[in-house]
Design a protein. Sequence first.
Length: 291
Amino acid sequence: MRLRSLLFVPADSEKKFTKAREAGADGLILDLEDSVAPPMKSAARATLATWIDASAGPRNWSFWVRINAFDTGLAMEDLATVVRPGLDGILLPKSNGGHDVVRLGHCLDALEARAGMVVGTVKIIVVATETALAMFALGSYAPAHPRLVALTWGAEDLAAVVGSTSNKDDNGDWSTPYQLARTLCLMGAAAADVPALDTLFADFRDDEGLVRACRLSRRDGFAGRLAIHPAQVSGINVAFAPSAEDLELARRIVAAFEANPGLGTIGIDGKMYDIPHLKLARRTLVAAMEG
């Protein structure tokens, strides 16, 4: 399952959903949480169910739903409506730790059985940094639940919780608390051996800024990024795709170690490469095959 680009779509806008399907994203996240006003949530659920049914056939993108958080009292109604053939995954917001993934997994077990689905079909991505408690629990996702396929992070809800007047510094970069959240998400995902996905880039008109930010994300270890507008998808896909030079070096590293299985360090073009480089090279080649 490719998770390079995941595009948010309000679950109460058929026009936006129709446009999003043509954006080229690896996955669409139909949102029942923040982008749907409380009076519209019931209608959005019902409409979303029909979209899932209509999308149950072959397609080149995965179908995700961001449900409302457990503490809203709305999550179970969301799940009861959307867990049906055609749904690929749930984006769990405001998770406080691995125990919330276990809780969601139990719910999905029952609802998949009711819907006649193979148990384990619906995967989980967690927004892992939206509460203060969550910040102390990033290591609790390891070992990963069988349904967990990625962690991502968010800054807006966390800023509201801690009372920040802004989550950016004077240069427009994340301020220290949010750099910490981003870093802990990355480390938590690595500990659980699942990909980390970087958070939204808010200015959907700044194409150059988006690509620059995505390249920094990939440099740091993120495997993909959330998108808030269809116009961002192509930039994200390009930035997270390995370059021709990356692929060539990865192939040479893998080939060199395969030709010399007894060595732990190998020189290529005057540079030394060891086992961590081999692991990264293999990951690069796998990512290229998935793309």
